[in-house]
Design a binder for this molecule. Sequence first.
Ligand code: SAM
Length: 212
Amino acid sequence: MTFDAEAKMQFLYALRSKGVTDARVLTAMERVDRAMFVKGIFADRAYEDMPLPIASGQTISQPSVVGIMTQALNVTSRDKVLEVGTGSGYQAAILSHLARRVYTIDRYRRLVTDAKAIFERLDLTNVIPFVGDGSFGLPDQAPFDRILVTAAAEDPPGPLLAQLRVGGIMVLPVGQSDAVQSLIRVTRTEDGFDYDELRPVRFVPLVEGLGD
Ligand code: SAM
């Protein structure tokens, strides 16, 4: 299946029906062909609203969840964004159409290498991939206007809170990995942090250290 006009129409319809209504986010998702980020037999299911397996035992998230998280992040074209959990690179590619610059980090070198090749093929020159433990963020590139975490921690990691600019927004799943988690939005104010709970989600856990 190709991301032709009909596939796009159905894909966008499914996103809208799940609450993704922000026009900029929908346009960015229309520009990024999810099939490029999914390999082998799963590529045929790329336009279905479900998570799919990728290398290193990880997953590419469900498109509607990608849309809801991107929408909650409220990215502007001036923003410097950090994504923790590159995975396939799909979410970072969408962010690249919305932000000034996107730093993305994953603990698996293989995933970062594969994603980097796709960013190059798509000429997404404002995405900068890193291998590392993203729970420590990227201190040399901080502060960030927006931070998106695509793996679940029990609580928002302290280094990520510290690397969020005042007025900045972080969206992340929190909770135990084997239970339903909550997607939350953290806004940094002059005095501290405001927390909003958005919806239940289920993500792979944020794991310490580098992958094999
Ligand atoms: N955003 C991805 C995409 O668009 O395909 C999906 C991410 S997948 C649900 C979660 C990712 O988080 C996995 O690739 C996993 O290796 C990564 N991860 C887990 N713990 C991490 C950590 N401490 N630092 C960096 N990446 C981490």
